[in-house]
Ligand binder design. Structure first.
Ligand SMILES: Nc1ncnc2c1ncn2[C@@H]1O[C@H](COP(=O)(O)OP(=O)(O)OP(=O)(O)O)[C@@H](O)[C@H]1O
Ligand SMILES: [Mg+2]
Length: 229
């Protein structure tokens, strides 16, 4: 089942001599449960692409469809709801709420939505799966980088998103923790059929994904299969 379709997306920032074509006519589609790596040099447009798919920014032209929902026509308010219900984000810098403990950070996206209904059983399952159950009452500043990133992954998965968007999720982690976090992402892909798009500069990690999209100068220059291990 197709979960994401990106059709001829373009985005320009700035005007005249300062203009940057951040994305240039990019098209691809993603099946449910695929783990996609997005690679490319710095400034090639990877984060811009994720931001468009996640509805954080709006393309100048083209169409993005998530779970049969075209997002280009949505108002700001509708986009916010769309994001909460369909998209999970994981960033390089964890971006947890410092005043909330691990459990409440993970449950946060749910408390904003669905009339405040939180599936506590699912949150608990996620925290156990991610090896964070013992740390559930800890605050972010009491955790290691890897633990913080795992908490951020729990939060991103809490609303069972159609697509998990991860922008350099292991960029700040040592190699041991990188392997661990990557294993958790793979596991959520295999176990829950979670669709993941991950930006990475780490070639070995990219090779382990199902498919590798290579972006340069805002264009999709190549697309190939990874090992999918
Ligand atoms: N809000 C913005 N305003 C102006 N220019 C922007 C904006 N966001 C991105 N750009 C430009 O668009 C291009 C693509 O940026 P983007 O952040 O997508 O690159 P990237 O591939 O994620 O790079 P990196 O690997 O360094 O994170 C760059 O030239 C950048 O300077
Ligand atoms: Mg980036």
């Amino acid at each position: 089942m197709k979960v994401l379709q990106v059709e001829k997306i373009s985005k320009k920032y700035g005007e005249k001599e300062n203009a940057v074509n951040a994305l240039n006519d990019i098209s691809f589609s993603v099946e449910q449960g695929e783990f996609i790596a997005i690679v490319g040099t710095s400034g090639s447009g990877k984060s811009t692409l994720l931001n468009m798919i996640g509805g954080l920014d709006i393309p100048d032209s083209g169409e993005i469809t998530v779970r049969d929902r075209r997002i280009s026509g949505l108002s700001r308010k509708e986009l916010a709801v769309f994001r909460r219900r369909n998209i999970g984000f994981v960033f390089q810098n964890y971006s947890l709420m410092p005043v909330l403990n691990v459990y409440d950070n993970a449950a946060l996206p749910l408390t904003f939505d669905r009339g405040g209904y939180v599936d506590h059983e699912y949150i608990s399952e996620l925290l156990k799966e991610l090896g964070l159950w013992d740390k559930r009452t800890r605050f972010p500043n009491e955790l290691s980088g890897g633990q913080q990133q795992r908490a951020a992954i729990a939060r991103a998965l809490a609303n069972k998103p159609a697509v998990l968007l991860a922008d350099e999720p292991t960029g700040n982690l040592d190699s041991h923790t990188t392997i661990e976090v990557m294993g958790l992402l793979k596991n959520s892909c295999k176990r829950f059929g979670q669709t993941i798009l991950m930006v990475t500069h780490n070639e070995a990690l990219a090779e382990n994904c199902d498919r590798i999209l290579h972006i340069e100068d805002g264009m999709l220059v190549s697309e190939r299969q990874g090992d999918g291990i």
